[in-house]
Design a protein. Structure first.
Length: 156
């Protein structure tokens, strides 16, 4: 049984286009976060959700096709005689792998940006609510508890 190289190539090409589109959305999200463009972020979230759904459906179809064709569902499939003989599959596979890694890296960066922004916002809210003010100036031994050493005196 020979493997339909054109079908496999089409699956990989479409998946590569979808992952590249998601990368572009993630870059726009990073820009929107940098400028705190909340309406833009909401729109990008909807676009990203749609693209991710399409990618998931397409990847499931490709994996099912690979399973039905008797191919391993990993890079091991590149060793199959029909796949190894095809000049287009290996570059597409590696480009897709690279794109997934780029998306993962950018997703981690976005996550870090959001976590840092959340932390700053929480710190600001604590200050505004007076939660940083320690009402206990002295501990049970009579020492200044919240002040660093040498800072217990008012400086004029």
């Amino acid at each position: 049984m020979s493997t339909d190289i054109a079908q496999f190539s089409a699956f990989l090409q479409t998946e590569l286009e979808l992952t590249s589109g998601i990368h572009a959305i993630l870059e726009r999200e990073r820009d929107a976060l940098a400028t705190t463009d909340l309406p833009g972020l909401q729109q990008l979230q909807q676009e990203k959700t749609l693209c991710l759904r399409q990618l998931q459906e397409h990847a499931e179809k490709r994996l099912q096709w690979m399973k039905d064709s008797g191919l391993p569902q990993s890079a091991q499939c590149l060793r199959h005689p029909d796949i190894a003989a095809a000049a287009t599959i290996s570059p597409l596979w590696h480009a897709l792998e690279s794109q997934y890694q780029k998306n993962q890296t950018l997703s981690v960066q976005l996550s870090d940006i959001v976590i840092q922004a959340r932390h700053r916002t929480q710190q600001k809210l604590k200050i505004l609510r007076g939660q940083h003010n320690d009402p206990h100036l002295y501990n049970d031994k009579g020492k200044a508890s919240s002040l660093t050493q040498g800072q217990g005196y008012i400086q004029v």
